[in-house]
Write a protein that binds this ligand. Structure first.
Ligand code: NAD
Ligand code: ZN
Length: 249
């Protein structure tokens, strides 16, 4: 409950049910409770591997074997993870017609595993590998084994088909995400620090097109207090469960 006596969960639930055309924008924070470390958190992968050294296209082109040390860990962690209550909550909001799509910056495939059907993968998915020399694509499970560096038929080292720093967003997900942002009534932003460009522009596009912006994050972000209309503080699973209860009871 806020100082003015209004319950932000109830306000968000009211907006979602009245407008019924919400879109979710998710980031690494929604998968933290599935055991996948976020990007900027103190612990985990990124404390060990500086993303500017390991997650750029430039470093992949220069030292693919070194970058695969980090990628191997990421593929293993994501491959072993299962959806949590927040992924499942979003899938059930879609099934019930409250949320119409999910734009995700994540590359772990957990929204689809939870049952979400309209998922726009803004940064790709670790499930697929691509050769940046001959453009052949492969399923990761067909080419990669832990501790190994996956090779293309042409002999070059394959890259996960995800957007590394320094790579453009593929045209289709970028167009789809902007269209969703321009036409939604509510944008629910979950577990993103909104610091990675151009994904961080999506909330502003939605807001300027008339949507209300609801943020679910235990911390303040660059959106809080300016783009965000309602900030629901807490973990994604806890807040989404409370939101579902409020909407459907
Ligand atoms: P980020 O790491 O920059 O920010 C994570 C945000 O999640 C923070 O604001 C944090 O306060 C919040 N958070 C932490 N725990 C949470 C919880 N339990 N519930 C809700 N929120 C929580 O993440 P980002 O903004 O998504 O940027 C990271 C980039 O790195 C993305 O573009 C993504 O492609 C990539 N990445 C993906 C994964 C994945 O696929 N799961 C994991 C790490 C990084
Ligand atoms: Zn090749």
């Amino acid at each position: 409950m806020r100082a003015d006596g209004r319950d932000p969960i109830r306000e968000a639930a009211r907006l979602l049910t009245e407008r019924r055309n919400a879109v979710a924008l998710t980031g690494a924070g929604i998968s933290v409770e599935s055991g996948i470390p976020s990007f900027r958190g103190a612990q985990g992968l990124w404390a060990k591997y500086d993303p500017m050294e390991y997650a750029t296209l430039h470093s992949f082109m220069q030292h693919p074997r070194k970058v695969w040390e980090m990628l191997s860990e990421m593929v293993s962690v994501c491959g072993g993870a299962t959806p949590n209550a927040a992924h499942k909550g979003l899938a059930s909001l879609e099934e019930k017609g409250v949320v119409r799509s999910v734009i995700t910056q994540n590359v772990d495939g957990l929204h689809q595993a939870a049952g979400s059907r309209r998922v726009i993968e803004y940064h790709g998915n670790l499930d697929e590998l691509i050769c940046v020399y001959c453009w052949r694509r492969f399923q990761t499970r067909d080419r990669w084994t832990p501790g190994d560096v996956p090779l293309c038929d042409c002999g070059e080292i394959l890259k996960p088909n995800v957007v590394l720093f320094g790579e453009p967003i593929p045209w289709l997900p970028q167009e789809q995400a902007e269209e969703e942002a321009r036409t939604c009534g509510v944008l629910v932003v979950i577990g993103t620090s909104a610091q990675v460009s151009p994904a961080c522009d999506i909330p502003r596009i939605a807001k300027e097109s008339g949507a209300a912006v609801v943020e679910i994050n235990p911390e303040d972000t660059s959106l809080s207090g300016n783009v965000t209309d309602i900030h629901l503080r807490g973990s994604a699973s806890e807040v989404l469960q409370r939101l579902l209860q409020t909407i459907f009871t």
